[in-house]
Design a protein around this ligand. Structure first.
Ligand SMILES: C[S@@+](CC[C@H](N)C(=O)[O-])C[C@H]1O[C@@H](n2cnc3c(N)ncnc32)[C@H](O)[C@@H]1O
Length: 274
């Protein structure tokens, strides 16, 4: 699916150029995450796999006395985050592998991530590292996708392109933490306590404006599992595939010019023993 190496290369570059589209896609989820985070204490906050930095910037703005660090493996995404967050004096971004990152001067009491924890080669080791660097009593809150069948925004274009199901459903990628029991076991073995799963449904915005279907086709050419396949097709095959996706999208409601498709996430919370 998507590995650390993909994020350090083409996938990270595309996301850095497309942050307006990805922030828009996740807007419904972001709002819910920020609501949940607003009731959690946190003075030293780590945003794991921060991407283009929207969540980090929102937290730094809401908590001017807190210190926020966003960390990501993609140098292009970190450059983009630094540019976008330049007005926040309490915000820093670092390009590093979060699975092994430590900073003795930065022990977080709140660790968060909007869909940035799903790409570790060894998730148990990564969550063990987050537990090790967290302060006693520190909180964890992250989002990830629930099962593919609840996420038509990705399953339907994949079906229309005849993409095979991944050989290993637990390989790094969007659905690696879809299974609640498996994720609970990983977190628990890593030392996390009070693990809870909140299911959240939201509209994943793929297109908007005067022609939301064309806008959505541009989205699918850049973002998500079908993007690479579309890129590698010859022009005729790509036009044919995009035509199939366009016909499917045309049947979807475009409320106020916004084309949003069903998406389902977990908001996972946990705590390090105090
Ligand atoms: C689906 S994107 C989410 C980005 C961002 N949190 C957002 O909501 O826009 C996943 C992010 O995780 C980052 N990532 C993947 N593996 C990582 C690792 N080992 N350490 C740090 N970041 C990683 C990617 O570079 C990418 O920015």
């Amino acid at each position: 699916m998507a590995t650390k190496a993909d994020w350090q290369d083409a996938t990270g570059k595309v996301w850095a150029r497309s942050f307006d589209r990805t922030d828009r896609a996740f807007a419904g989820l972001t709002q819910i995450m920020l609501e949940r985070l607003s009731s959690m204490p946190g003075e030293t906050i780590l945003d794991i796999g921060c991407g283009a930095g929207e969540l980090s910037i929102a937290l730094a703005t809401a908590r001017p006395h807190a210190r926020i660090t966003g960390i990501d493996v993609s140098s292009e995404l970190i450059e983009t985050s630094r540019r976008r967050g330049a007005a926040c004096p309490n915000l820093a971004f670092e390009c590093a592998d979060a699975a092994i990152w430590t900073d003795p001067a930065f022990s977080p009491d709140l660790l968060t991530s909007r869909h940035g924890v799903m790409f570790f080669d060894d998730p148990a080791a990564a969550f063990g590292n987050f537990h090790a660097i967290a302060q006693a009593g520190g909180r964890l809150l992250f989002s990830c996708f629930r099962q593919p069948s609840l996420n038509a925004w990705v399953t339907e274009p994949s079906r229309l392109l005849d993409l095979p199901a991944p050989d290993d459903p637990f390989a790094p990628g969007p659905f690696v933490f879809a299974d609640e029991d498996r994720t609970r076991s990983i977190l628990s073995k890593a030392g996390w306590r009070d693990i809870a799963f909140e299911p959240v449904d939201f509209g994943f915005v793929v297109g908007a404006g005067d022609d939301p279907v064309s806008d959505a086709l541009a989205f699918f050419r850049k973002i998500g599992p079908p993007a690479r396949v579309l890129f590698e097709m010859d022009e005729a095959a790509r036009d044919d595939a995009l035509g199939r996706i366009a016909r499917w999208l045309a049947g979807k409601p475009h409320d106020g010019g916004v084309l949003a498709l069903p998406a389902a996430a977990w908001i996972v919370t946990a705590r390090k023993a105090g």
